[in-house]
Design a protein around this ligand. Structure first.
Ligand code: GTP
Ligand code: MG
Length: 149
Protein backbone atom coordinates (compact mmCIF):
# COMPACT_ATOMS: atom_id res chain seq x y z
CA UNK A 1 0.00 0.00 0.00
CA UNK A 2 1.25 3.50 -0.79
CA UNK A 3 2.54 5.79 1.92
CA UNK A 4 3.24 9.51 1.70
CA UNK A 5 5.06 12.01 3.85
CA UNK A 6 3.03 15.16 4.45
CA UNK A 7 4.47 18.09 6.38
CA UNK A 8 2.84 21.26 7.61
CA UNK A 9 5.67 23.73 7.04
CA UNK A 10 6.63 26.35 9.67
CA UNK A 11 4.32 29.01 8.16
CA UNK A 12 1.37 26.61 8.41
CA UNK A 13 2.14 25.96 12.08
CA UNK A 14 2.63 29.68 12.84
CA UNK A 15 -0.61 30.59 11.05
CA UNK A 16 -2.65 28.08 13.02
CA UNK A 17 -3.46 25.90 10.00
CA UNK A 18 -2.38 22.54 11.45
CA UNK A 19 -5.90 21.29 12.22
CA UNK A 20 -7.29 22.52 8.90
CA UNK A 21 -4.54 20.76 6.92
CA UNK A 22 -4.73 17.48 8.85
CA UNK A 23 -8.49 17.58 8.44
CA UNK A 24 -8.32 17.63 4.63
CA UNK A 25 -6.49 14.28 4.55
CA UNK A 26 -8.53 12.82 7.39
CA UNK A 27 -11.85 13.67 5.72
CA UNK A 28 -10.71 12.30 2.37
CA UNK A 29 -10.40 8.86 3.95
CA UNK A 30 -6.69 8.15 4.14
CA UNK A 31 -5.16 6.49 7.19
CA UNK A 32 -2.90 8.45 9.52
CA UNK A 33 0.00 6.22 10.61
CA UNK A 34 2.40 8.82 12.06
CA UNK A 35 2.16 12.35 13.51
CA UNK A 36 4.47 14.69 15.43
CA UNK A 37 5.45 18.31 16.00
CA UNK A 38 9.13 18.55 15.23
CA UNK A 39 11.92 21.11 14.95
CA UNK A 40 14.10 19.87 12.12
CA UNK A 41 17.84 20.37 11.79
CA UNK A 42 19.59 21.96 8.82
CA UNK A 43 21.08 18.54 8.00
CA UNK A 44 17.67 16.86 7.85
CA UNK A 45 16.17 19.67 5.75
CA UNK A 46 19.07 19.44 3.29
CA UNK A 47 18.73 15.65 3.03
CA UNK A 48 14.95 15.93 2.52
CA UNK A 49 15.31 18.47 -0.31
CA UNK A 50 18.63 17.10 -1.69
CA UNK A 51 17.28 16.99 -5.27
CA UNK A 52 16.97 20.80 -5.18
CA UNK A 53 20.54 21.42 -3.95
CA UNK A 54 21.57 23.15 -7.20
CA UNK A 55 18.63 25.58 -7.20
CA UNK A 56 19.28 29.24 -6.44
CA UNK A 57 16.49 29.25 -3.83
CA UNK A 58 17.94 26.24 -1.94
CA UNK A 59 19.50 28.26 0.96
CA UNK A 60 16.23 30.19 1.40
CA UNK A 61 14.27 26.93 1.30
CA UNK A 62 16.44 25.43 4.07
CA UNK A 63 16.08 28.61 6.19
CA UNK A 64 12.30 28.45 5.69
CA UNK A 65 11.89 24.79 6.62
CA UNK A 66 14.11 25.13 9.71
CA UNK A 67 12.58 28.46 10.85
CA UNK A 68 10.21 26.84 13.35
CA UNK A 69 8.49 23.58 14.19
CA UNK A 70 6.82 21.55 11.47
CA UNK A 71 4.11 18.92 11.77
CA UNK A 72 5.28 15.64 10.25
CA UNK A 73 2.68 13.15 9.09
CA UNK A 74 2.70 9.76 7.44
CA UNK A 75 -0.46 8.76 5.57
CA UNK A 76 -1.31 5.43 4.00
CA UNK A 77 -3.77 4.29 1.35
CA UNK A 78 -4.13 3.07 -2.21
CA UNK A 79 -3.13 5.99 -4.45
CA UNK A 80 -2.39 8.28 -1.51
CA UNK A 81 0.76 9.85 -3.00
CA UNK A 82 -0.84 11.24 -6.17
CA UNK A 83 -4.12 12.06 -4.42
CA UNK A 84 -2.34 14.02 -1.69
CA UNK A 85 -0.50 16.04 -4.34
CA UNK A 86 -3.90 16.92 -5.86
CA UNK A 87 -5.32 17.89 -2.48
CA UNK A 88 -2.23 20.08 -1.88
CA UNK A 89 -2.33 21.81 -5.29
CA UNK A 90 0.34 23.45 -7.46
CA UNK A 91 3.70 24.50 -5.99
CA UNK A 92 2.87 28.18 -6.65
CA UNK A 93 -0.22 28.93 -4.53
CA UNK A 94 -1.35 31.60 -7.03
CA UNK A 95 -1.57 28.85 -9.68
CA UNK A 96 -3.13 26.30 -7.33
CA UNK A 97 -6.83 25.61 -7.89
CA UNK A 98 -9.36 26.84 -5.34
CA UNK A 99 -10.34 23.87 -3.19
CA UNK A 100 -6.74 22.75 -2.83
CA UNK A 101 -4.80 23.48 0.37
CA UNK A 102 -2.36 25.89 -1.30
CA UNK A 103 -5.11 27.35 -3.48
CA UNK A 104 -7.22 28.13 -0.43
CA UNK A 105 -4.60 29.01 2.17
CA UNK A 106 -1.43 30.48 0.63
CA UNK A 107 -0.17 33.22 -1.75
CA UNK A 108 3.52 32.53 -2.45
CA UNK A 109 5.76 29.61 -3.47
CA UNK A 110 8.24 30.43 -0.69
CA UNK A 111 5.42 30.14 1.91
CA UNK A 112 3.28 27.36 0.52
CA UNK A 113 2.32 25.84 3.91
CA UNK A 114 2.57 22.13 3.13
CA UNK A 115 4.77 19.44 1.60
CA UNK A 116 3.76 16.18 -0.02
CA UNK A 117 5.98 13.40 -1.42
CA UNK A 118 6.12 13.31 -5.23
CA UNK A 119 6.36 9.52 -5.78
CA UNK A 120 5.68 6.31 -3.82
CA UNK A 121 9.46 5.74 -3.64
CA UNK A 122 10.01 9.20 -2.15
CA UNK A 123 7.04 8.63 0.18
CA UNK A 124 8.82 5.65 1.73
CA UNK A 125 12.20 7.44 1.69
CA UNK A 126 10.86 10.56 3.40
CA UNK A 127 8.88 8.65 6.05
CA UNK A 128 12.06 6.73 6.91
CA UNK A 129 13.94 10.04 7.07
CA UNK A 130 11.50 11.90 9.33
CA UNK A 131 10.23 9.10 11.59
CA UNK A 132 12.03 6.64 13.83
CA UNK A 133 10.99 3.02 14.04
CA UNK A 134 8.31 2.76 16.69
CA UNK A 135 6.82 6.16 15.83
CA UNK A 136 4.50 4.70 13.20
CA UNK A 137 1.25 2.91 14.07
CA UNK A 138 -0.40 0.10 12.17
CA UNK A 139 -4.12 0.09 13.04
CA UNK A 140 -7.49 -0.74 11.52
CA UNK A 141 -9.85 2.26 11.33
CA UNK A 142 -13.47 1.32 12.11
CA UNK A 143 -14.60 3.21 9.00
CA UNK A 144 -12.62 0.94 6.64
CA UNK A 145 -15.64 -1.06 5.36
CA UNK A 146 -17.45 2.24 4.62
CA UNK A 147 -14.62 3.66 2.53
CA UNK A 148 -14.07 0.77 0.09
CA UNK A 149 -16.45 -1.83 -1.30
P1 GTP B 1 7.10 20.16 -1.82
O1 GTP B 1 5.86 19.36 -1.57
O2 GTP B 1 7.46 21.08 -0.67
O3 GTP B 1 8.27 19.27 -2.23
O4 GTP B 1 6.75 21.14 -3.03
P2 GTP B 1 6.60 20.76 -4.58
O5 GTP B 1 6.88 19.31 -4.79
O6 GTP B 1 5.29 21.30 -5.02
O7 GTP B 1 7.75 21.65 -5.23
P3 GTP B 1 9.31 21.32 -5.35
O8 GTP B 1 9.62 19.98 -4.80
O9 GTP B 1 9.72 21.63 -6.75
O10 GTP B 1 9.94 22.44 -4.41
C1 GTP B 1 10.05 22.22 -3.02
C2 GTP B 1 9.75 23.49 -2.28
O11 GTP B 1 10.76 24.45 -2.55
C3 GTP B 1 8.45 24.19 -2.69
O12 GTP B 1 7.32 23.66 -2.09
C4 GTP B 1 8.73 25.61 -2.22
O13 GTP B 1 8.53 25.72 -0.80
C5 GTP B 1 10.20 25.75 -2.52
N1 GTP B 1 10.40 26.37 -3.85
C6 GTP B 1 10.25 25.78 -5.06
N2 GTP B 1 10.50 26.68 -6.05
C7 GTP B 1 10.80 27.85 -5.42
C8 GTP B 1 11.17 29.15 -5.88
O14 GTP B 1 11.25 29.42 -7.08
N3 GTP B 1 11.40 30.09 -4.92
C9 GTP B 1 11.33 29.82 -3.57
N4 GTP B 1 11.59 30.79 -2.69
N5 GTP B 1 11.00 28.61 -3.11
C10 GTP B 1 10.75 27.64 -4.02
MG1 MG C 1 8.60 18.35 -4.05
Amino acid sequence: VDQTYIMVKPDGVQRGLVGEIISRFEKKGFKLIGLKLFQCSKELAEEHYKDLKQKSFFPKLIDYITSGPVVSMAWEGVGVVASARKLIGATDPLQAEPGTIRGDLAVQTGRNVVHGSDSPENGKREIALWFKEGELCDWIPVQAPWLRE
